[in-house]
Write a protein that binds this ligand. Structure first.
Ligand code: SF4
Length: 203
């Protein structure tokens, strides 16, 4: 309701939802754009999001999907907030890539299309040292659709044994992104780096 009221007050009566779980607001007069951007920000809807907020999507997950194995929405929101905080140094110095997709699934059905994400996470139960299974993800790296910086679509790569517990997800993404930033060749995308990196660099 708040979103609808905010848009209508600025003269927009139409919006579109996208396959990337984002919103496109239509029919905004030029002079209304900046005031609307500021108001949407107060609703938690940033028109100029961080690379992680822009590139993260999550499937329905265990809250509403009877097929789910793990929770996804809170996990995704927590990871985005953590990564924005932890990787602020790379963002401020312009070292983060322009785009980086992080897709989170609650089970192997892949409603969040993990195979075509830079970092794709397939929900599953993982063993623990004490024997009780706990929620986590198998990691897929370097997938993507054809785009301006990728000639052909391709699936992400899996690495033997590369799985993370839900609570360790921000740690893992921070680690692999910092490794990419430190190791990449000039102009190399995350996906290109992920497909060429040694397995040890992706752990
Ligand atoms: S990927 Fe699995 S858990 Fe997520 S919405 Fe699809 S079926 Fe449900």
């Amino acid at each position: 309701m708040k979103l609808a009221d905010t848009l209508e007050a600025r003269g927009s009566f139409r919006l579109r939802t996208t396959p990337h779980q984002k919103i496109v607001v239509l029919d905004v007069a030029k002079e209304q754009v900046e005031p609307l951007v500021a108001e949407l920000d107060t609703l938690g809807l940033s028109a100029r999001p961080s690379v992680f907020r822009r590139g993260t999507i999550a499937c329905t997950g265990i809250e509403f999907c009877k097929l789910a194995i793990v929770e996804t929405k809170v996990t995704a929101a927590t990871a985005v907030a953590e990564l924005e905080r932890r990787l602020a140094d790379l963002a401020d110095s312009g070292q983060l890539p322009q785009a980086l997709s992080l897709h989170i699934n609650g089970c192997p059905n892949s409603c969040a299309r993990i195979q075509t994400a830079d970092i794709g996470l397939k929900g599953m139960m993982l063993p623990t040292p004490d024997g009780d299974p706990t929620p986590g993800f198998q990691v897929h790296l370097g997938g993507g659709l054809a785009s301006s910086n990728r000639e052909e679509a391709g699936l992400g790569r899996t690495v033997r044994g590369l799985k993370v517990y839900v609570e360790d997800l921000p740690d893992y993404v921070e680690r692999v992104v910092r490794k990419f930033v430190a190791d990449r060749a000039e102009g190399q995308t995350f996906a290109e780096w992920a497909h060429s990196a040694d397995e040890g660099d992706l752990q």
